[in-house]
Design a protein around this ligand. Structure first.
Ligand code: FES
Length: 105
């Protein structure tokens, strides 16, 4: 199972196992990770599941609907910004790191 490393705004790192096929957001919520709100439940309609990917080149490209919502993030959008509900965990990740923004609302 791939390991997802979440870096919280205070610098704390949390490493959790991620099941392939789940979204990064689903993994974070299941672990009660602070900092992911996910108001819309994963439908790419709220931008409160914003994360910064440490290795964005290893992720599938941003789709149009995600790109559109990334314009509405509370924290600044960066080239590494992703909506965690739109990123699916895959087995061959090994480890993947996501940095949580200061705020989601
Ligand atoms: S949970 Fe709403 S956009 Fe990801």
């Amino acid at each position: 199972m791939p390991s997802l490393i979440f870096v919280l705004p205070d610098g704390t790192r949390r490493t959790v196992e991620g099941e392939a096929g789940l979204s990064v957001m689903q993994v974070a919520l299941a672990e009660d990770l602070p900092g992911i709100v996910a108001e819309c439940g994963g439908n790419a309609m709220c931008a409160t599941c914003h994360v910064y990917a440490a290795a964005p080149e290893r992720l599938p490209p941003v789709k149009d609907i995600e790109d559109e919502m990334l314009t509405s993030t509370a924290a600044p959008r960066r080239p590494t910004s992703r909506l965690s509900c739109q990123v699916e965990v895959v087995d061959d990740w090994g480890e993947m790191t996501f940095v949580l923004p200061e705020t989601q609302l």
